[in-house]
Design a protein around this ligand. Structure first.
Ligand code: FES
Length: 451
């Protein structure tokens, strides 16, 4: 069957077929052509500080062990015994000298090699090709400022090339202070009954929902009214950031997306603990020196690095949307904070991230209810034939002249959603990365013609 990907995603008019969230055939293709070819977040270096430290995660649906080697380098392996496919490492993380399969006891070194087979001489009198039966190694592993990524595709662009301008936006979290970042606490994991693209796209592109979906949280937890609000007679209610910010933008390119408001306050994020706010005020001058004023003040907004790594700057949540079939996603939420921050501030970061975006977080609940209900609606035969509208801000994309990189638009737009679905379709349609990159370039040139 020939799939018309341009019909599924028409970014020029801003129409997307509903079936991209439900079709099992497309999902299978995604595992191969997206999760098998893109750079995927695996772990943070702080989670595997010494030789033998390991962290278990996933690339798509494939279980992966990330492990620090004796020489300090990092490797990643498929967590699958070569004998009969049993998972060889069950702990979430830890330190070990070997991974021993619980089924029949084959044992693998932290370098992935098969080091012991019970009763080997008697059970395999003709010998077993041990050297060929190590754990399958993830083809490429690379680090960006403390974040470790893996990629199965030897022909994929380098991690830096793949990231492009999203690195500039990500630095707003990773590079505020000289010590970089670390993961605070464990990983919160939960399952949502929706396709992985719904949350990924929201974090890439959808600031629009915050006005309505999070209206009650904004009312309850909104910043105190400032003098400007009082002068306008706004009473006790502060005006939301989208009314007070002097500018705002959405970036969307190569599948990635980001957006933020230009504020003047170093602690302009109403969701965080008071201790975190104070920390942002105290560290603002240092961050501004490293990142410039715009990024140092950039604490509210949204981000996704294609396909599935999302983060929110001020709220310190970093998450991965692990796909679990077309109708389900497993969320892994990490709290990421400056390594140089005092311990009590790190705890405050974790409280803030959990309170707002943990599995029972007051903002997480607003979001996941939307995604679950959409997925339920799309069980309907007729609903599945409907095209979704992603045309907000079409024709207003531009390159900025103030040094902020990439294709941008006003924050309330769907520029990043269109870029994400375009990259999604191009990856599914194209056999080579050269073709994918060529298509992206052509799309971006066309988009910028009108801006
Ligand atoms: Fe691992 Fe048999 S499945 S030793």
């Amino acid at each position: 069957k020939v799939i018309d990907f341009d019909a599924l995603v028409d970014a020029r008019t801003g129409r997307v077929a509903s079936s991209i969230y439900t079709d099992p055939e497309l999902y299978d293709l995604e595992l191969d052509r997206i999760f098998g070819r893109c750079w995927l977040f695996l772990a943070h270096v702080s989670q595997i500080p010494k030789a033998g430290h390991f962290f278990n995660t996933y690339m798509g649906e494939d279980p992966i062990i990330v492990v620090r080697q004796k020489d300090g380098s990092i490797k990643a392996f498929l967590n699958q015994c070569r004998h009969r496919s049993m998972r060889v490492s069950h702990a979430d993380c830890g330190n070990t000298r070997a991974f021993t399969c619980p089924y029949h006891g084959w044992s693998y070194g932290t370098d992935g090699s098969l080091v012991d087979v019970p009763l080997e001489q008697r059970a395999y009198p003709h010998g077993l090709c041990n050297e060929k039966l190590g754990l399958q190694e993830v083809t490429r592993v690379a680090e960006y400022k403390g974040l470790i990524f893996g990629n199965w595709d030897p022909a994929a662009p380098s991690l830096e090339e793949y990231m492009g301008d999203i690195a500039w936006y990500l630095d707003g979290v990773l590079d505020r202070r000289p010590g970089g970042t670390e993961i605070v606490g464990g990983v919160q994991k939960w399952v949502i009954d929706c396709n992985w693209k719904l949350p990924a796209e929201q974090f890439a592109s959808d600031q629009y929902h915050a006005l309505f979906s999070h209206a009650s949280a904004v009312q309850v937890l909104g910043a105190k009214a400032d003098d400007a609000d009082k002068a306008l007679g706004a009473g006790q209610t502060a005006r939301p950031v989208w009314e007070t910010a002097k500018d705002a933008l959405q970036y969307g390119q190569a599948g990635h997306g980001s957006g933020f408001f230009f504020t003047e306050k170093p602690d302009a994020n109403v969701w965080v603990d008071g201790m975190v706010s104070q920390y942002y005020r105290d560290t603002y001058p240092e961050a501004a020196e490293r990142l410039g004023k715009v990024r140092a003040l950039r604490l509210a907004g949204h981000n996704n690095m294609f396909p599935t790594m999302s983060w929110l700057n001020g709220t310190a949540t970093l998450r991965v949307w692990h796909p679990r079939g077309p109708n389900q996603v497993e969320v892994w939420a990490f709290c990421i904070a400056d390594k140089d921050a005092p311990e009590d501030v790190k705890q405050a970061f974790e409280r803030s991230a959990t309170r707002a975006f943990g599995p029972a977080g007051f903002l997480e609940q607003d979001d996941s209810e939307n995604w679950v209900e959409i997925q339920k609606v799309l069980r309907g035969k007729r609903a599945r034939q409907t095209k979704l509208i992603v045309e907000m801000g079409i024709g207003n994309e531009k390159l900025r002249e103030d040094g902020i990189p990439g294709v941008t638009n006003y924050i309330f737009s769907e520029t990043a959603a269109r870029a994400m679905y375009r990259r999604w379709a191009d990856l599914l349609a194209c056999d080579t990365w050269a073709q994918v990159l060529e298509r992206s370039k052509a799309y971006e040139e066309e988009v910028l013609k009108h801006g």
